[in-house]
Design a protein around this ligand. Structure first.
Ligand SMILES: NC(=O)c1ccc[n+]([C@@H]2O[C@H](COP(=O)([O-])OP(=O)(O)OC[C@H]3O[C@@H](n4cnc5c(N)ncnc54)[C@H](OP(=O)(O)O)[C@@H]3O)[C@@H](O)[C@H]2O)c1
Length: 341
């Protein structure tokens, strides 16, 4: 019995992938030829055109997260991809996915697997690529924008008219957070370097604070939501700029934030630590915003796959504007099957 619809081109080759053999510096990321992944009935095989780099990738690479995300090396990093479906499992096909569909995905594998020519993911973690986005722009969206959406909408319970402060507004999570908050009707204050003020205003910020000149925790105004996308503050410091029922949300756990997120359940001002996970419903909401022209990707740099070490170095520098993306492949299956001239 046939269980999958497949592009015949896919099965003939090994694929190029970035393989992490052992934890350490970025030189441990090696381009290798490995077998393409096999899919189950619930999965699709995506021919990856672009994959994005998130700080979690180099934190995993360094071994910083090995106690929290146990996984066996060698492995391939990368949670965000955009590309074309090359093969569809039986159940995924029943859900309407077909070979050739252009999609983006937030990988559900332990370490991602997106820095590769092909990735197998559950059909629940893919959505159709937003119409106006390139593959590079789409690949940047899933993890960072899911984090921003979950922080603002699920944890911050954002309502139209809310006053929202976003720290780290020029980074991967921050650039999406500014746009999501604005699209949902908030008054947005963006905290970032002066050089990026024009950018965040173009993305929808109503007000800006230069963190080099002003400590945002002492700004003398109050907010319904303080989302510290780069986790440079504490709930304790931010209480004075939170409204009586305001929400503080950080992206990195600390002893204080984890403790306070439990204690503050019984208080009016709440403290949360967001944890992004693949979520098809959130991806659909993000796609809708992108299709309405309310969410776009700011691309800092697009690196070819074989410059993945440079991409990690740039991300680790901590001053990315928007997102870093790896360009994986240009070649579409039908182009590949053209006879040589
Ligand atoms: N918990 C989760 O599920 C989750 C999900 C996604 C991300 N994260 C974490 O969230 C953090 C941010 O992720 P990201 O993808 O947005 O990172 P990113 O793109 O690398 O962030 C870079 C941005 O941070 C800004 N920045 C650096 N120092 C700052 C400071 N002191 N104050 C304000 N802004 C500052 C930089 O602006 P300047 O150049 O102006 O300094 C730059 O635009 C990372 O630590 C990441 O691991 C967690």
């Amino acid at each position: 019995m046939a269980t999958a619809e497949a592009d015949p081109e896919v099965h003939t080759n090994l694929m190029q992938a970035v393989v992490l053999e052992q934890y350490g510096d970025e030189e441990n990321l090696k381009i290798e030829s490995i077998p393409w992944p096999k899919i189950t009935a619930d999965q699709v095989l995506i021919r990856v055109q672009a994959a994005s780099v998130n700080p979690i990738d180099w934190k995993i690479r360094q071994g910083m997260l090995k106690w929290i995300i146990p996984a066996q090396l060698p492995a391939t990093l990368g949670f965000d991809v955009a590309g074309e479906i090359a093969e569809v499992g039986y159940s995924a096909k029943q859900q309407g996915w077909n070979v050739g569909d252009q999609v983006m995905a937030f990988s559900d594998q332990a370490l991602g697997g997106g820095y590769a020519e092909y990735i197998a993911v559950d059909s629940k973690v893919i959505v159709a690529k937003p119409g106006g986005c390139s593959f590079e722009e789409a690949a940047a969206i899933p993890l960072a924008a899911t984090t921003a959406w979950k922080a603002l909408v699920k944890l911050g319970q954002l309502h139209a008219g809310d006053d929202v402060l976003i720290n780290g507004a020029s980074g991967g999570v921050g650039t999406y957070a500014v746009q999501i908050a604005k699209a949902l009707g908030a008054n947005v204050t963006a905290v970032c370097s002066l050089d990026n003020h024009q950018l965040v205003r173009e993305l929808g910020a109503d007000d800006t604070i230069d963190y080099h000149a002003t400590q945002f925790t002492r700004v003398g105004r109050t907010f319904d939501i303080v989302f510290d996308a780069v986790s440079k503050s504490s709930f304790h410091e931010c209480r004075r700029i939170l409204k009586p029922q305001g929400h503080y949300i950080a992206t990195l756990p600390s002893v204080e934030s984890v403790g306070m997120s439990m204690i503050s359940r019984f208080q009016k001002q709440s403290c949360h630590v967001v944890l992004a996970r693949p979520d098809g419903d959130i991806l659909k909401s993000l796609t809708a915003l992108a299709n309405e022209g309310k969410l776009r990707t700011v691309l800092d740099t697009v690196f070819p796959l074989n410059e993945v070490a440079a991409a990690h170095r740039k991300s680790e520098g901590g001053h990315v504007v928007g997102k870093i993306v790896l360009h994986v492949s240009n070649e579409m299956p039908d182009e590949k099957s053209q006879p040589e001239q």
